[in-house]
Design a protein around this ligand. Sequence first.
Ligand SMILES: O=C(O)c1ccccc1NCC(=O)[C@H](O)[C@H](O)COP(=O)(O)O
Length: 206
Amino acid sequence: MRIKMCGLRRPDEIIYANECLPDYIGFVFAESRRKVSGEEAKKLGEQLDPLVKKVGVFVNEPLRSLISISEEAGLDIIQLHGDEDDEYIREVRHKTGKEIWKAVRVRTAKDIQAAQELPADKLLLDSFSEESYGGTGKVMDFAVLDQAEIRKPYFIAGGLTVDNLPVILRNTEPYGIDISSGIETGGVKDREKMRKVIQLCKRRKA
Ligand SMILES: O=C(O)c1ccccc1NCC(=O)[C@H](O)[C@H](O)COP(=O)(O)O
């Protein structure tokens, strides 16, 4: 199972990622306390172990700006976390040639069914919140996953922590997990929590 750790924005957080080697780290380019610029992401990415892929998280970003950030930061994958539609996603693929993940803020199974008709490669199933598009630390209702016929590889996200991961992993079969708030203490990434998440997921792989 793949692991994405999202919202890294400080050099020490990159050091922690290099120590524990998640499959992906995410840079948030949307409005958020975790927001980084293309230039900051480029500098952080230069310190990152090349084994770890860089995912850029965007919310309804104007296409030109997304392309320019993607090039500057040397992103491997584009994660669309807003209300991006079929046409926009096709344009992103055409202009960047990158793998695309579409985030779904899940309320019902219908949200998932609708999103999997979009031309994205993978889905990232996140909790719904009125306040923010993502990174809320809110857990979704995982029962919804059983009501949807999910044909694309998907990540589960939203409020995952070292405490709830073992139970969630026992009851779901995702392609990967995505975690941000749950590996933070006082708003910054926590080396020990990052290490623990990797340990828990490896245990599941075995
Ligand atoms: O992380 C953010 O601050 C953020 C802001 C706006 C849009 C998306 C954002 N994050 C996207 C992610 O992929 C998060 O990892 C995902 O929402 C899960 O976050 P969390 O519940 O904090 O683990």
